[in-house]
Design a protein around this ligand. Structure first.
Ligand code: ABC
Ligand code: CA
Length: 524
């Protein structure tokens, strides 16, 4: 009896819609559903050049949740889930999920509706979040003109903007063309949906509301946001009812900014461009990254908070196809975990994958063997843990905005108390030097670089002056911010014992008790 009362109340608690504030404490693992894990743990060959389905699916993801969670991720972004065009096209099969044909059916290459619900349940049981990827801008056509009758539900020519391809020159000076002409090319046009039509708008709004509820998604990544008129988005986001993060593929913060007013946030493409160019060679300029981020802090609706911060994704060459200097790689990888927004790591980065442009950057992860002893897996694990440790000692960690205390061509010092991150693009043969006179620590405070567990003391004024080695980044935290017996530098940690597991149990029992009590009151 008691159990039957407790259990549904717990389920109801975890099913509360996740807001931007809920997401800001999270760390997201982006995966390509077809390429992450097979259901039976087998390792079929997967030649990225073939652009074919390779056999990953929802069951595979469920079986590998330990791998994701043990790196410290507490949210997952999966590929679009709806039914796509079947068979081979000019650019292969729709294994990535972006080639919609029917918005009311699922892509059964990834599993059944029940499989997707099982994934959602399995993710929630671990207190993780699930983010779905959605496309409202277009349907895929295998001919031009398209066979409009093959689309569901938008099966009339009048449901689409009249045909024209977006031209490269439109991107800078013709926003109407960006919104109303078509993506794709003659080989595979992306038929551009008439998102000005009120019936289509209301279909999309009820569709997203239903999708999120049906599978209990906690967040939505929205594709091709800049290709749909801006005033389409507020109602759509509201109908989703959860955190929404938009893909606005542009390098200018001022171009991206307006979209942060109607969606919870955007993927931080402007910072991405500065990040990759800043770290891909020893000649990059890190002060550009600082300038772009400072601009974002002032022009985005919530500053850089809630933005999705990433180094890699499925549309761009992997960072290790640009450089394999491991010091540069570690520095660049550190950024998303030490800034104001939400870190997003693209699957495979932790395994050192080196694929270039689409389709080479969509390698099967099973070919890596999911080794957890790899240096970059350890790097990611430490960064996730450091972020959580910083937040657990400073309740304002997530809500406060970072400051660049050093922003030179080759060195950055990023303060997000109690964390101080030192980055350099001088490369693995360098011995970088950071002088940060006003780091904000107390006099002689004992600090530790969590990446190497090397201790250092702040000076009498709370500043730090540090000579690094091997061009490596440093992430400094007070030793008192690390829990004794925790996962980060346990031998040096002086902070209180980790208690999160215990406090979660107390919370759950507490809320269950409250519900039992209110039931008793209701029935008395
Ligand atoms: C397929 C093949 C490719 C082939 C291509 C022609 O067709 O796989 O090998 O080259 C999906 C699939 C892709 C597929 C496409 C088209 O569909 O995943 O494999 O490519 O069939 C989103 C998704 C993406 C998805 C789609 C379509 C959209 O993340 O995975 O692709 O649903 C534009 C869109 C952007 C879109 C991206 C792929 O294309 O805006 O939403 N991504 C400029 C433009 C951008 C443009 C970008 C790339 O080029 O401004 O709008 O993105 O074409 C900066 C500037 C930017 C500039 C960049 C390159 O430089 O500030 O403006 O971007 O400095
Ligand atoms: Ca459009």
């Amino acid at each position: 009896m008691l159990a039957s009362i407790l259990f549904p109340s717990f389920v109801a608690l975890t099913a509360l819609a996740a807001s931007p504030d809920d997401w800001r404490t999270r760390s997201i693992y982006q995966l390509v559903t077809d390429r992450f894990a097979t259901p039976d743990g087998s390792s079929p060959t997967c030649n990225t050049d073939d652009r074919r389905y390779c056999g990953g699916n929802y069951k595979g993801v469920i079986n590998k949740l330990d791998y994701i969670q043990s790196m410290g991720f507490d949210a997952i972004w999966i590929s679009p889930v709806v039914a796509n065009v079947e068979g081979n096209t000019a650019y292969g099969e729709a294994f990535h999920g972006y080639w919609t044909q029917d918005i009311n059916k699922l892509n059964d290459h990834f599993g059944s509706a029940d499989d997707l619900k099982s994934l959602s349940d399995a993710v929630h049981k671990r207190n993780m979040y699930l983010m779905v990827d959605v496309v409202v801008n277009h349907m895929v056509a295998t001919s031009n003109p398209p066979n409009f009758g093959s689309f569901e539900p938008f099966n009339q020519q009048s449901d689409y903007h009249s045909f024209c391809f977006i031209q490269a020159s439109d991107y800078d000076n013709n926003q109407t063309a960006v919104e109303q002409c078509w993506l794709g090319d003659e080989n595979l046009p992306l038929a551009d949906i008439n998102t000005e039509d009120p019936n289509i708008v209301s279909t999309w709004n009820s569709w997203i509301s239903g999708l999120v509820k049906n599978y209990t998604f906690d967040g939505v990544r929205i594709d091709t946001v800049k290709h749909v008129r801006k005033d389409f988005w507020p109602e759509f986001a509201k109908s989703a009812g959860v955190y929404t993060v938009g893909e606005v593929l542009h390098n200018d913060t001022n171009y991206v900014a307006p979209y942060t007013q109607s969606l919870s946030a955007a993927l931080d493409y402007p910072a991405y461009f500065a990040l990759t160019t800043g770290f891909q060679t020893t000649n990059g300029n890190l002060s550009t990254l600082a300038a772009v981020v400072q601009s974002g802090q002032s022009v985005y609706d919530n500053g850089e908070h809630y933005m999705g911060s990433f180094l890699e994704n499925h549309d761009n060459p992997r960072f290790q196809s640009l450089t394999q200097d491991q010091a540069l790689v570690k520095n660049a990888m550190t950024w998303p975990f030490v800034q104001d927004g939400i870190p997003v790591l693209y699957y495979g980065q932790e395994q050192g994958y080196t694929g270039g442009n689409d389709p080479a950057n969509r390698e099967a992860l099973w070919l890596s063997g999911y080794g957890e002893d790899k240096p970059l897996v350890q790097h990611v694990k430490t960064l996730n843990a450091a972020r959580k440790a910083a937040a657990s000692t400073n309740k304002d960690f997530y809500t406060s905005s970072l400051k660049f205390l050093v922003d030179s061509t080759n060195n950055l010092a990023i303060s997000k108390p109690p964390m101080l991150t030192l980055l350099t693009n001088e490369g693995s043969t360098s011995t970088p030097q950071w002088n940060v006179p006003n780091a904000g620590y107390s006099a002689n405070q004992e600090l530790i670089d969590v990446l190497t567990c090397t201790k250092v003391n702040a000076d009498a004024n709370g500043g730090v002056s540090i000579k690094g080695s091997g061009g490596n980044p440093q992430v400094l935290l007070p030793t008192s911010a690390l829990a004794k017996g925790g996962s980060v530098c346990p031998d040096a940690a002086t902070g209180a014992q980790a208690s999160s597991a215990r406090s979660l149990t107390v919370q759950v029992l507490g809320s269950s008790l409250a519900i039992v009590l209110s039931l008793l009151v209701a029935f008395s």
